[in-house]
Design a protein around this ligand. Sequence first.
Ligand code: AHR
Length: 506
Amino acid sequence: ESARLVVDNDFEIAPVNNRLFGSFVEHLGRCVYSGIYEPGHPEADDEGFRKDVIDLVRELGVTTIRYPGGNFVSGYRWEDGVGPKTARPRRLDLAWHSTETNQFGLHEMVEWLQAVGGNELMEAVNLGTRGLENALDLLEYANVPNGTELSERRRANGADNPFGIKMWCLGNEMDGPWQTGHKNAEDYGTLAASVAAGMRMIDPDVELVVCGSSHHDMDTFGKWEETVLEKTYENVDFISCHAYYHPESQPDGTRDMASFLASGVDMDSFIKDVAAIIDATKARLKSDHDVFISFDEWNVWYINEEPSKSPEGIGNWPEAPKLLEDVYSVADAVVLGDLLITLLKNADRVHAASLAQLVNVIAPIMTEPGGPAWKQTTFYPFALTAHYAKGGMVLEPKLSSGTYETAKYGTVPSVNSVAVRGSDGSITVFATNRSMDVASDFEIKLPEGCGGVAKAQTLHESDMFAANTRNEQNRVVLHNNESVTLDSMSNTVHVTLPPVSWTAVH
Ligand code: AHR
């Protein structure tokens, strides 16, 4: 089979917002405790931050970090996590049926981000068990320089300078019946509007994210966005989208890999649907203001399968249990690469995104308590895309490709692709071959005058279920794709995309 992409420097979609390469650290399972924070680990620094994990986080190239949840935030009291560690309370975490020790909180998060390299913090406020007053308190504590009860408390707790947090999530997945303090769209929209207005009275420069739908096929999808945006539009900058994909089990015991590999089709139509609702709201309100999408949870997640089951029982609230520790295959990594291509293709509407999550919990980085840290398969497409796309310009992908049939999405393109022009003028093309059967001879027609050399790296294994584990940490790595050729007379690149593969051609 063959596929063809025409790249033209004049067809610009939008600059790549570096916030597209955000991730997410939730107090969930071992993401924080024995993930990024493990005092006593041989690699821990004086603060208890694992330096081996910090190195991998840097290599991954993530930007903004969303914190502290997730479902967790809907029962969280932020003040439990500040002040002397010995005085911090142990609390029930209802979202994950765990005990939260509060040994890691807002100050530790800010310090950890500094240690990583000055990454941006995207903080979520609790609109589940709490509301306006606590959100305002947290913003005062974090962003007011000094001279008030809460800003002085922050200074007494060791942070002289305000944290200057710009991006704030107005709750998390409030449309989800599983959410502590779940609300209907009317009630949530009214609350979010008052919280947004109040927060702006303290700090007019905050950028606020109102909750959209927890996934595209929520029963309330569409109507939720309409109602919530109608109430909050002028005071928010983003509406969130969340989406997780996994191959569904079929009656014969196999999984529907064909549909799974085309998950990007769903993400693309989700974004387009939400963009349409934003536009309709803007028109109805006769507004000049723009609202963008924050795709602030996305990934492959074998949801409702082990090891995602929460602990149970009134006497059983473990600390940092092993939860959501999915082990990712090559196929999972190809889907993750495809979802990133989809986010880039929509860079005009999606201005922020967070891979959920960062360490141990549905994560590209795994750790063993007291032991090593290693890369999952999904690390590779994320890191290379971030490396080449940050600071670039997305170019409209004029793509033709073969197709294949799926049970969920009908006929879909076998190849998905996007091109990014770097600030140095170089072009990088990201491509997936979703087909399980045939390789694709991929032709890229480059802009006039593109000389130089082409280099291609591919993630592919003959066994699409191959994965990296504690005992075989480098079973799956990127390989140079030796099939790549560049004909500088015709400005054309040819590269073979094996079945179920992800490739970056630079
Ligand atoms: O990322 C895991 C969970 O998925 C988050 O806590 C929640 O927001 C979503 O349902």
